[in-house]
Design a protein around this ligand. Structure first.
Ligand code: NAP
Length: 320
């Protein structure tokens, strides 16, 4: 698709940050294009229980929250297009996103592409992916009903997903490389109440065993070097996240892990490129924080464009 128009804003990513930004830019009558590589939601869509997003006094699923955000955005005219950004071209006046399906040019770009899971990067993990090795408890947990599984990691995600799995599977071995969890206190309290969770602290995965399917995990004690085998049929890996920001290379500053550096108004080094949500360095990686980032970026862009020309109105009557 060749999109010759100069839009006001292109937003990459239709998760909480991107949709919040889009709600604000469309309500400000900025001509906005929202693109998502997978249809939207990002990591939000696979969370099974959210109870810390303000405004909901009962827990909701990530999908329910995403659908509510999307419906709200659509009510203001936001349409989410499918495309994955591969490259950018940027000058003083505009930014062009080059995607798999087309080119999109705008006076400002908000990068809200989020993050993806990290892997253990051991050969047996690669070999057994989809054959017992998983990165999503909500998606795959049911395959392991009444079977033993290992969860790797000690952060919020690992503990949350281990709690979820403990309701389905026979037993969860929570494998963490240190002697204490990183997860927030409430999650730690909850997981300690689960009768079928065994903690394997000071332990890393040395090898995932199995030929066509996972049959066990060999753990190595980080203090003693001792090896131990646990018999499990599933291995769920939650060892942190990596930013979806490779396509920005050269245009913005990144931190050592590749997250986008911004100032508090979500400005990057390039005056027309903004970043919001999990892709941003220093993000606290909460849904509410991502929403706040998206809104901040949208308001900052609105102020910037207001100083350049009067805001244009969206809609066919203003097709100039
Ligand atoms: P995280 O907080 O970075 O935790 C990653 C965990 O994996 C850490 O415990 C880390 O160990 C461990 N780890 C990293 N590399 C490892 C390796 N190679 N082998 C073994 N273990 C390894 O990541 P996350 O849990 O995915 O959370 C990401 C962000 O989202 C965080 O900011 C988190 O607060 C947020 N989040 C919030 C919620 C919520 O409900 N509020 C839910 C999910 C995520 P160390 O502890 O030793 O570093």
């Amino acid at each position: 698709m060749v999109d010759e128009a100069l839009h006001d804003v292109v937003i990459l990513g239709a998760g909480p940050a991107g949709l919040a930004a889009a709600i604000y830019t469309t309500r400000s009558r900025l001509d906005t294009v929202v693109l998502d590589a997978q249809g939207g939601g990002g990591q939000l869509a696979i969370i099974d229980r959210i109870e810390n997003y303000p405004g909901f006094d009962k827990a909701v699923t990530g999908m329910e929250l995403f659908e509510a955000m999307r419906r709200q955005a659509e009510g203001f005219g936001v349409q989410v297009g499918f495309d994955q950004a591969q490259k950018l071209e940027a000058d003083d006046a505009s930014v062009t996103v080059i995607g798999d399906a087309g080119r999109y040019r705008a006076r400002a770009l908000i990068v809200a592409t989020g993050a993806r899971h990290r892997e253990l990067c051991i050969p047996s993990e690669e070999r057994l992916k989809g054959r017992g090795v998983s990165y999503c408890a909500t998606c795959d947990g049911n395959f392991f009903a009444k079977k033993p599984v290992a969860v790797i990691g000690g952060g919020d995600t690992a503990v949350k997903e281990a709690i979820y799995l403990s309701r389905i599977v026979e037993k969860v071995y929570l494998v963490h490389r240190r002697d204490r969890l990183r997860a927030e206190a409430l999650l730690q309290e909850r997981i300690r109440e689960r009768p079928n969770v065994e903690f394997c602290f000071d332990s890393v995965v040395d090898e995932i065993e199995g030929t066509d399917a996972v049959s066990g995990v060999r753990l190595k004690n980080t203090k003693t070097g001792e090896l131990r085998r646990i018999a499990v049929e599933g291995v769920f890996v939650f060892v942190g996240i990596l930013p979806n920001a490779e396509f920005l290379s050269g245009h913005v500053d990144l931190d050592p892990l590749g997250f986008v550096r911004t100032d508090p108004r979500m400005r990057t080094r390039h005056p027309r490129i903004f970043a919001a949500g999990d892709v941003r360095a220093d993000s606290v990686r909460q849904i509410g924080a991502a929403v706040g980032d998206g809104i901040t970026a949208a308001v900052t862009i609105q102020e910037m464009l207001d100083t350049e020309t009067p805001p244009r109105r969206c809609g066919p009557e203003c097709a100039i």
